[in-house]
Write a protein that binds this ligand. Sequence first.
Ligand code: DCP
Length: 684
Amino acid sequence: MPVAKPESSDARVIAHIDMDCFYVQVEQRKQPELRGLPTAVVQYNSWKGGGLIAVSYEARKFGVKRSMRGDEAKYVCPEIQLVQVPVAHGKADLKIYRNAGSEVVSILARKGRCERASIDEVYLDLTDAAETMLAENPPESLEDINDEALKSHIVGLAEDGSDVKEKVKNWLCRTDASHRDKLLACGALIVAELRAQVFMETEFTCSAGIAHNKILAKLTSGMNKPAQQTVVPSVSVKELLAPLPIKKMKQLGGKLGDSLKSNLGVSTIGDLLQFSTEKLQECYGINTGTWLWNIARGISGEKVEGRILPKSHGSGKSFPGPHALRTIGLVEHWLNELCQELSERLVADFEQNKRIAHTLTLNARAYMLRDTNSQKKFPSKSSPLRYGIAKIQEDALNLFHAGIHDYMGSYASKGEKNQNNGWGITALSVSASKIFTIPRGTGTIMNFFPTQSLACCASPQLSGDASMHEVVQLTAAEIESGSKEFTTAKESIGGIPGMYPRDQKRKIQEDKGIGSIMGFFEVPVQSCPSLNQEPHEETSRSSGHGSESCWQKNQAESQNRLLYGEQPQCLSVGPTMNPQEGKRKKLQGTSSILRFLKSSKYSTHDRIEIFQEPCVPSSSGEMRARGSGGSERGEWSYKANEIDPTVIDELPPHIQQEVWSWLKQSHSSKPSSSTITRYFFPPK
Ligand code: DCP
């Protein structure tokens, strides 16, 4: 149910940008010969020419609609060009569209807080940019007004006659307008420029709504398409909303809208105006009642979230009619495909954005052969997310078993786990949510050290309902857009890939590289059976010669192990030595950093092994380390002036002192006697 949020008393300038026939534009950029031609993108299955998912404006003129199939589109528009959506894992592969959306977002985000609302929609909070423009270059002071801005549609401004652009110019440049309207005029100019910039850099056109809040901006971005923008002055809000069918308003498209119609006889937003806030609260509760009262008047305090990356990743596929999945084997096959795609996206997100998802959710649509009227839904199931294709696949299958078990409960099935008792699956999707960025170098050092033994992180099995719980249903579009929040309290489980909640305090550390001390406190996770044993074979192998340091290899391998699902078993800090060089040296606890590492709650006790590298301060203020015994191991160096001081501030005071004194010494190019240097491992 929607909740009212107080609208700020300060005027805001919010834009909603929506790409025009987006997938078609992406395909037309790929194949420029399609530009200007009636074109549609079709789903990959070829039944009746495939279902249309995006239609160009040229094709729309012929009456081609998204609900049609290719054959029907050809019938109404014989010249139509049908482009098949790319395919991977036996389903549509939306990667090129997602990437194209990201290109646009990166341009739009230059002017204000930016929220990516779906694959091709963005909200922008342009209040600051508009205030600055109003203070420094108000529209009336401009010699030339951007032609794109002059083509704006101003709700309430008559567009008849031949001098429409002149009228728009007058509206944008009014000196007697209210502060709010002046800000909107600035917003219109800024958005016009941004849209032109998007076109220049990406060749894509988009349309926009500019208003004082998100709801009004969203409502108007599609009013004049393609490649146009619409502005909503406050004075025109009533005129805009009054005739609007309630179903067109965000959040009123579903049950709440139905209820307004059946209970209060409300068909349009204007109809809502007759009800007092008390009446609406009485019918729908305080929150929703207040929200309804506000929305009827175009009031909304919903903020533009600063989020340019998706809130979740999802991979789904439908299996309509005769394609319904009727065996566990088929379900497993498709889950494996979907999980593979999901895993690829998670890995890409980790690599590109250093983000980790924490919750895996499975959704399905099911039916029972003997029960055609059943309204029963397949329950959504979720569990903490473990990274690695095999683990995600395994967990997704377990979630499916849990879901089908619950679903079948009402059918009093007595069948075996893998036996079909008359069910069919017409849609499957897996999604990853609760995505967080790994703390950057300014994060606390505590995050980089485990608080529990890592030896006990053998893959735990999902244990029925204890580790699974229901979450809100996500539609495929919502998964794509990341537009729906997961609200289940139980979901908030910290964790790291490959591990379950009991391991949640462990975090993958980020490779900060040069520039942060954290880059040196990396914690490569090694696969080694137990303390005191020789390094795992893999670790030994990685300690080879060559330009890449052993530590770097270890780290890369460790990261791969985490990402690709190998189970870490114990942890060691720092470079390992080549066995040929002799045994690894264990550092004696003389330095304060070592004491810190080994002390109290930050310590993993004897699970952390610390290896020493001899360090040689260079004349340029760099610290250098070489493999011991004069080996050819990769040499590393570190520039003292590249350490991020804010990171040092987060170290315990006695370590800070040591770091600062080392830095001073390094700057004066004097050899350091500090032991801290020994722990500065090579930047990647
Ligand atoms: N899309 C899809 N399946 C749907 C609806 C949309 O795959 N049922 C994809 C194709 C669209 C893209 O999402 O290009 C964006 O959807 P929009 O609803 O924004 O529609 P378009 O951008 O295609 O057209 P418009 O210019 O009307 O916004």
